[in-house]
Design a protein around this ligand. Structure first.
Ligand SMILES: NC(=O)c1ccc[n+]([C@@H]2O[C@H](COP(=O)([O-])OP(=O)(O)OC[C@H]3O[C@@H](n4cnc5c(N)ncnc54)[C@H](OP(=O)(O)O)[C@@H]3O)[C@@H](O)[C@H]2O)c1
Length: 343
């Protein structure tokens, strides 16, 4: 439930479903460091293993969620998976509980806003209690080019992604570490059958994130296309991408080519990028961001290496890096919650 504090500000009883996971851990840390007004905290995991999480100096046992247990909260963060979100979030939202879902289950559902607060925060309304957070890959481009799109109308976007293993959850980080250790022990990289990745990831990369559809596009490539159109509320943008998993622990990078409907000079683009909310833009070519330097617990999206593309007049290129676990998931969800608290 939600109640007023002594100072009159709303305080939320908060449930975190997936508290023991990668995103869940970051989310709890951010609720604490950003001083989100949490009343009671309820922590949930699959219930298949014992897990404890810490919040404001207290230890909480995680357990499997039930509808009755979740309904005690005024705000539920779903950072688990599609099936769990599907089972609980619509019913909870109908019962008046705010639900913020980081899975892909409702991102494209009609009536469910897909929100990055600094891009389309106005979509958060008391009448729509279920809110989705976007895919961690497209968040960087959606934030970085939001101002450029508003001012010059991006018509085409080509994206090559370089996605960290943490984008696939805690177990995927373990896979990279195990393969690396195996290499230093034996001199060769071996993929475990249950690694969850289609190929070895240590000293490797592969152009497959998710399964393939009949056209040969991966699940991630389809998410990038559909979600960006929804976030920018512009179905006319043409988007093509190749999603690649790389042996980086944290921080997604994007090489992006874009064209605009209204003519844009390099100087005008630089000016727009310099004042885009949520973005730190580096104008000197050598100041480009990297996942190691800019993708670890960072709150903004970073971009650099803006330049004219050699492919067509009016086409530009840019390099974007963001923390997939912060802006791509946990931080974005907490920022949505902060907007809810301010309604
Ligand atoms: N990683 C990213 O960069 C990223 C970015 C954007 C969105 N997301 C989304 O955020 C969600 C969490 O991702 P993650 O990377 O944190 O994954 P993760 O590290 O694998 O954690 C998954 C969490 O969900 C819990 N869980 C699994 N089955 C459950 C069930 N039946 N009931 C309740 N809880 C259950 C797990 O509990 P146990 O510990 O008991 O298994 C764990 O706490 C996913 O929907 C993912 O698509 C992730």
């Amino acid at each position: 439930m939600t109640m007023a504090t002594d100072k009159g500000a709303a305080k939320f009883d908060v449930a975190v479903v997936g508290a023991s996971g990668m995103v869940g851990g970051e989310l709890l840390g951010l609720l604490e460091s950003r001083d989100f007004p949490v009343g009671e905290l309820y922590a949930f995991n699959s219930g298949r293993r014992n897990a404890k999480v810490r919040f404001r100096g207290r230890e909480y046992d995680c357990s499997a969620p039930t509808f009755a247990a979740l309904k005690k909260a005024g705000l539920v963060f779903f950072v688990s998976n599609e099936e769990v979100a599907d089972r609980f979030a619509p019913r909870l939202a109908a019962a008046g509980v705010w639900c913020i879902d980081d899975s892909s289950r409702f991102r494209l559902s009609r009536g469910v806003p897909l929100v990055i607060p600094e891009v389309n925060g106005a979509e958060i309304k008391p009448s729509r209690k279920l809110i989705a957070g976007p895919n961690c890959t497209i968040t960087g481009a959606a934030v970085a080019l939001a101002g450029v799109h508003r001012r010059f109308r991006v018509t085409e976007l080509r994206v090559a992604t370089y996605q960290a293993v943490s984008g696939a959850g805690r177990s995927a980080m373990g896979v990279l570490e195990e393969e690396l250790k195996g290499y230093f022990r034996s001199g060769s990289v071996r993929r475990r059958a249950a690694s969850g990745f289609p190929r070895p990831i240590a000293f490797n990369l592969f152009p497959q994130v998710g399964g393939f559809d009949g056209e040969g596009n991966s699940g991630e490539e389809n998410k990038v296309r559909a979600e960006l159109k929804k976030i920018w509320d512009d179905g006319s943008v043409r988007i093509s991408s190749t999603a690649v998993r790389v042996p980086v622990l944290r921080g997604h990078s994007l090489a992006v080519w874009f064209r605009t409907r209204r003519p844009a000079s390099l100087a005008a683009l630089q000016k727009e990028l310099g004042r885009t909310p949520g973005l730190k833009f580096f104008s000197r070519p050598e100041d480009y961001p990297t996942p190691l330097e800019n993708g670890l617990r960072t709150e903004t999206v970073y971009a650099g290496r803006l330049r004219r593309a050699g492919t067509a007049p009016g086409e530009y290129q840019i390099w974007i890096v963001s923390d997939n676990l912060y802006k791509g998931a946990a931080l974005n969800s907490v920022q949505i919650a902060e907007r809810i608290a301010a309604l």
